[in-house]
Each structure stands twice: as C-alpha cells, then as structure tokens.
Design a protein around this ligand. Sequence first.
Ligand code: FEO
Length: 399
Amino acid sequence: MAKRITDRVTWVGKTDWELKHFHGNELSTHRGSSYNSYLVRGSEKTVLIDTVWQPFDHEFVASLREEIELGSISAVIMQHNETDHSGALPELMRYLPGVPIYCTKKGEAIIRGHYHPQGWNFVNVRTGDTLSLGDVTLTFIEATMLHWPDTMFTYMSGEDILFSNDGFGQHYATESLYNDCVNHDELMYEAEKYYANILAPYSQMAIRKINEILSMQLPVRMICPSHGVIWKENPGQIVEQYLKWADNYRERQVTIIYDTMWNSTRIMAEQIAAGILQADPTVTVRIMNAAKDDKNDILTQAFRSSAVLVGSPTVNNGCTYAISGILEMLHGMKLKQKKAAAFGSYGWGGEAVRQISASLAASGFEVVNEGCRCQWVPDQAEIERVRNYGAELAVQLAL
Ligand code: FEO
C-alpha cells in the first residue's frame, strides 16, 4: 500500500516480510527486506523511481494503479537494475509503452541483458544530467560500482531528497517507514551487515562518491534508499557512518571463527579467547562456529574487528567445508588493515593451518604468526600452551 512521504513523494514499494535469503543463498536477511519504489509528482510531470522484485510485479502494478492512473507517469527512473529493483519493469512497461526509461548506459545494457525488451525507449543519463518535473528537478549522479556498474543516485531539488538506491540501505522489513520509528540498534546492525556484505569491496569508491556529493553542498533533508527505512531524522548520521565503515573500519574486537569435528579445534578457540582476555580484558572477543552461525553475521563481526582468527581441523589434507566457504567470502570482502592468525587440530599432516594462513594473507590480512596446531585431543599441558599462545597473540595483535 502506498505511503505518502511528502506532498510530492509517495512510497509505492513492497515490504517483503518473508525474505530470509537474498542473492540466492549468499546473504541472509533475518529481518526481511523491502524494495522501495518512489512516485515523484512535480507540477508538470510525475515519474517513478525504481520498481520491485519480479515475484511482486503484479501486486506492485496493481497497487500503483490504486495510487495513480498509469498513463500519468511521464518517465521511469531506473537507478540500478539488479532484479530486486528491475524485476517488475517488464510488467510495468506493458502499461507504459514508449514512456522513457532514464538510466545510465550500463543500466540500459543490464536491462537489455536481463529482459531482452523490444521497443523500450531508453534515455541514458550521466552525472549532472537533469529532468525537470516542473517545480522540482531531478539531478542524476552516477555511482558506478556502488555496487554495480550501472548504479546511480538521484537528487530531488525542492524537497532536498537524495534517492540512493542500494547505498545506505538495509535489509530490514518494517511498517515504520523512517529511521526514527524503528529500533536504532537493530537498524544500525542491519545497515552495517548490508555494508559489510555488499559494499565493503567498493569502499574506496564509496569514500570518493560521498566526498563528491558532499562537495556539491546539496541540502539533504532525507535519504531514500531502495531497501529498508528512509533516513529522515538526521540523515547525515548514515553518511558519517559510511565514511567510517569505508575507511578500513575496525573496533577493538577479535573474532575467532572456527569449525570442529571432534571438539579439539573448539577447545583451541576457547583457550585462545581465554588467553587473549587474560592478557587484555578490555578487548571484545567474539567466538563463532562457521558451520553453525550465520555466515553473513560472521562476516559482519569480521568486518568490525581488528583481527580475525580462523581455525579448522585438518580433514582430507585441507580445511572443513564451512571454513573454506568463510575464507572465500573473506577474500571477496577485500578488507584492509586487519590482522589474522590460524589455528587447528589434526591427527596427521595438519595442513589446514598453513592453508588458512596462506588464504588470509592472499586476502589482504596481516598474518602475525605461523599459527597454532594441536595433535589429536589437547591435554592439560596443551591447553595451557594454547592459552599462552592466545596471550602472546594479544600482544602481537597490538589491539
Ligand atoms: Fe538491491 Fe543491488 O540490488
């Protein structure tokens, strides 16, 4: 159901309460999500910014028709064409033949690649191009690789609204449309999880783009992303937070990610944690099981940490399935200025620790030592050795 934001802007998106996985199974969405679409009415023209995911295309168009006679829509602005925003475009365009679709050149290519349209009227835009709606003007700002090549933002003068698509978004389903109407801690966790899992690899571009927009000195009363709540109360807070997250963000936290077969590597994880805290009780230590905890929550904890310790028993001359997956995901995040070390139990061979260290180094972590191994099941002497390793590690990590 449509929700009025201002006299000229109406939310016409879809809240997806049931969504628990996004990007196939790559990203967990414990709190659901929303696909935000906005109807913008100027004194002369009305346009639609973005659509929703394809499973909701008929529902989206039907709901939109309750809000406006579709023939009154002068243009569709497609800021980013991943299917969660462009999926309903084919159904919508059945009712809007010839209506121009404003998008970047890459956006047109992506729409063509996805939907193979015939006869759609594309208008390619670049940074600084404008579309007058009469009493208000939309200005387009390319935001390449935030997080796709086609991404752009749209600034609306008159209302001072920045439509930011995925940027500043959160997978957070709520009936409350605004940031000051939801639980702040939940919201910030979902915003951080979104940044860590989707935008972190593009942090340098995020810094450049945010500074470019700040240098334009545009008044911004609201930031309207394509997922989650609208930043209405102090929208600058999420911009400032993004600048922190994008700048090699780290807190005084060590995240210990392990997997275990017969508990020896779990015991090592716990003893390393005890050793770190023995050496420095003020550090936050977070232990997570790669096979049992949510992988995207694990990555979020790794993102906010100064150091990441990864442990696996050796199985078939390598790591477990869960640890291999986490290492691959850590590689993709392109994190910088974080320290790391490996640990694990083994019966013979014991290759996992060396492999984890190599993977972490290749992913940009500073691996601070050769790691810690235990053969078979640690006895009391081994437990003390591993705990001492943790205490020495606390010094090496220099948290
Ligand atoms: Fe929300 Fe990149 O799509």
